[in-house]
Write a new protein. Structure first.
Length: 344
């Protein structure tokens, strides 16, 4: 069982997410954003296309994790990576304790390889890290290619915010790529004595230990690491296109695809916040960026509506994980129990 502190933290995350999404729904309702749905309805073909794009992006992440596991010589089938990927995706939305989707994936691999538990956990840590680095990279590339002065015009506040986002994205993306390069080509880095001191730090110590563990594990597999990174770049681009297609499926004026290639990755960075499935943070940030970047005043007011439309898609995709969970709940329940026991 999870400790009361861990359960309380999980409940707090869900509560914060619920409060934020309630505020956003209320805001959208008071600004009559939902009224347009009764006027024209949703284009089902385009909405299904957005669903297919979102599903494709998610499947790429499952295949990425499969190769990270398979590359270490840990036995896994592609079907296992997909089914536990879906279950993990579902649990990332609903988990109250500490056993989220990442822990389930790690313990699924570790179950048949108890002597290689460290490597199993490393696959999930590196998978998350690579996805985040790719997100920073894509955001930085898009912002570097844009003429922000022309985009923002006389809006100096938006210009300042986007320039800051560009600097942060490029810096974090470059730092992440540097970390991946160290991971692959500078193995002595992980033998430095400072690591033992970092492990003892409160809060960040356990995270540092996991990252170090992942680094040691993958320092001998550079091709796998960079292959996973390259596979991650189209994931975020596809999600940006999916949100754009959601916007086109609604009876509203909407910003351009280029604007979505800027706004969606930035909103996804906000979605990294420790909320269940990033619910609330993504929607709020996309609404802000719609108002800041859309050249059409009418289109700028529909960011929340588009975000909610895309959120419904993510929940539909998560429901696939729910179906897999019910089909194999005995196996998953045992994995959760094992992972709970080892997290104490």
């Amino acid at each position: 069982m999870s400790s009361p502190k861990k359960i309380a933290f999980g409940i707090l995350k869900i509560t914060l997410s619920a409060l934020l999404i309630t505020y956003l729904v209320y805001s959208a309702y008071t600004h009559d954003q939902f009224d347009v749905l009764w006027q024209g309805g949703v284009n089902p073909t385009r909405y299904l296309a957005a669903l297919a794009l979102s599903l494709l992006a998610l499947l790429i992440t499952f295949v990425r994790w499969y190769f990270l596991v398979y590359g270490l010589g840990l036995p896994i089938r592609i079907w296992d990576a997909i089914r536990f990927g879906f279950v993990g995706y579902f649990f990332n939305f609903v988990t109250v304790g500490t056993v989220g989707g990442d822990a389930l994936r790690a313990y699924f691999v570790a179950r048949n390889n108890p002597d290689r538990r460290t490597e199993a956990i490393a696959t999930v840590v590196v998978d998350r890290l690579i996805g985040l680095v790719a997100l920073f990279t894509l955001t930085g590339i898009v912002l570097m290619c844009l003429d922000l002065n022309r985009l923002c015009g006389d809006d100096l506040t938006t210009l300042s915010v986007l320039e800051t986002c560009r600097w942060v994205s490029v810096s974090c993306g470059a730092a992440g790529l540097g970390l991946l390069a160290i991971l692959c080509f500078f193995r002595a880095f992980f033998d430095w004595k400072i690591w033992s001191k970092l492990f003892e730090l409160p809060w960040v110590g356990p995270i540092t230990r996991q990252l170090h563990m992942a680094g040691v594990t993958y320092s001998r597999r550079p091709s796998i690491v960079f292959g996973a990174y390259l596979a991650s770049l189209p994931v975020h681009a596809i999600n940006s296109i999916a949100v754009f297609v959601v916007a086109t499926s609604l009876p509203i004026a909407h910003p351009s695809l280029l604007m979505h290639l800027v706004a969606v990755p930035l909103s996804s960075l906000a979605g990294v916040l420790p909320l269940p499935g990033g619910i609330g943070a993504f929607e709020g940030m996309l609404a802000i960026l719609y108002r800041a970047l859309a050249t059409n005043p009418v289109a700028s007011e529909h960011g929340l509506l588009v975000a909610f439309g895309f959120r419904v898609i993510t929940l539909i995709v998560a429901s696939i994980g729910l179906l897999v969970y019910f089909a194999e709940r005995k196996e998953i329940a045992q994995l959760r129990a094992d992972s709970e026991a080892n997290s104490e």
